[in-house]
Design a protein around this ligand. Structure first.
Ligand code: NAD
Length: 334
């Protein structure tokens, strides 16, 4: 890792440069659906900035990309203010960083015993789906976490997203969160059909580019899919754990990833992380890691949030693959 400059003015200038590079990458990634950096390059810039800000708190500012989520939504699409902010996730790259995350949680709740829900980290885009009296009324993207883009007509074209919740436990109002994604097959087919014009860099960007279309018929033709994994808020019903949330989402008719696992120790969590580092290549969709969530929602509430990341969850990210870099090279050469 590069050593940041020691001199104060130089350091401030370096921080400005990093912020500018990250903001530009955010714009290309979130608004243009056309990344100019690999995720690994992006994560490296972000970590460097986070580290400097940690060591020099006087340089932290609320506008810094370390304090913000995603990117400001475009003005061209109706906006949706999220009643509960949609956050990001801190990440761990190895066992040591995972254990540090555990220690931070344990410091805050020293008497607690944790269980964990392990989930695959689907590489798509986060959506918040509002259901009123069981009917889908709003489908909005994360945007900057506070305000997202309202893509309801396009979301309605995704066949695996229920228009109406199933079963007889229907709350007055609920917001279901999850990931819209594109399978590797559909992504390859889509790129093969593109003649002239830019190819999509990866399934994540193909999913985002396909959802964010003025004409919902184009979205409908793109074979997008969805996995539900969270409840943003719920009225008139009690849910106590993340595991229960996932069971409820299944009952309502959402696709829930079949590879979820309830773990009772950090060692079990690590086993899950290691298992999927290799097995991810057999999945029909891309993941960029796994997400570990403390199961008990009351514990989640107590742990709370720091800057833009909940303390009760962490993304365990795998090192980048050759394939991801190769795809970027091809796109650049088109
Ligand atoms: P993140 O992607 O690391 O984590 C948060 C996201 O994970 C959620 O918003 C959700 O969309 C997703 N997710 C998938 N499965 C999930 C599950 N089971 N449970 C909960 N969440 C799940 O953080 P971020 O703030 O969304 O984005 C930052 C990341 O995006 C970077 O680390 C980088 O990989 C990528 N990025 C890349 C560029 C670039 O130029 N290449 C630019 C911006 C962002």
């Amino acid at each position: 890792e590069q050593q940041p400059p020691k001199d104060e003015n130089q350091l401030a200038a370096h921080v400005e440069k990093l912020r500018h590079q990250i903001e530009e990458a955010n714009y290309q990634y979130y608004i243009e659906d056309n990344p100019t950096l690999t995720d690994a390059e992006y994560d490296q810039l972000m970590r460097e900035l986070q580290q400097i800000e940690q060591e020099h708190p006087e340089l932290v500012s609320p506008e810094s990309p370390t304090q913000r989520v995603g990117s400001t939504p475009t003005q061209e699409v109706p906006q949706h203010r999220h009643p509960v902010p949609m956050l990001s996730l801190a990440n761990a790259r190895n066992e040591k960083e995972l254990r540090e995350w555990y220690k931070r949680a344990k410091n805050i709740l020293p008497d607690a015993t944790f269980s964990y829900v392990c989930e695959l980290k689907i590489d798509g885009l986060a959506m918040a789906l509002t259901y009123e009296k069981g009917k889908l009324t709003i489908g909005a993207s994360r945007g900057d976490g506070m305000v997202g883009e309202d893509w309801t007509p396009n979301v309605r074209t995704i066949r695996t997203i229920p228009q109406r919740l199933r079963g007889d436990r229907i709350p007055d109002r609920v917001e279901v969160r999850g990931e819209i994604y594109m399978s590797i097959d559909s992504f390859e087919k889509l790129n093969a059909e593109i003649t002239g014009g830019k190819l999509f860099a990866n399934p994540r960007n193909a999913a985002a580019g396909s959802l964010r279309q003025k004409d919902p018929r184009i979205t409908a033709s793109r074979n997008l899919n969805f996995f539900g994994y969270q409840i943003g808020y719920i009225d008139g019903m009690q849910v106590h754990s993340q595991w229960e949330t996932l069971q409820l989402l299944k009952e309502w008719g959402f696709p829930v990833n079949p590879n979820i696992q309830l773990a009772h120790s950090l060692d079990e969590v690590l086993e899950y992380c290691n298992k999927w580092e290799n097995e991810r290549f057999n999945l029909p969709y891309e993941i960029d890691g796994v997400v570990i969530k403390i199961n008990d929602l009351a514990q989640q509430e107590e742990l709370g949030v720091v800057a833009r990341d909940p303390r009760w969850a962490i993304a365990f990210k795998y090192p980048p693959t050759q394939v991801a870099t190769r795809l970027l090279d091809i796109r650049v050469n088109v």
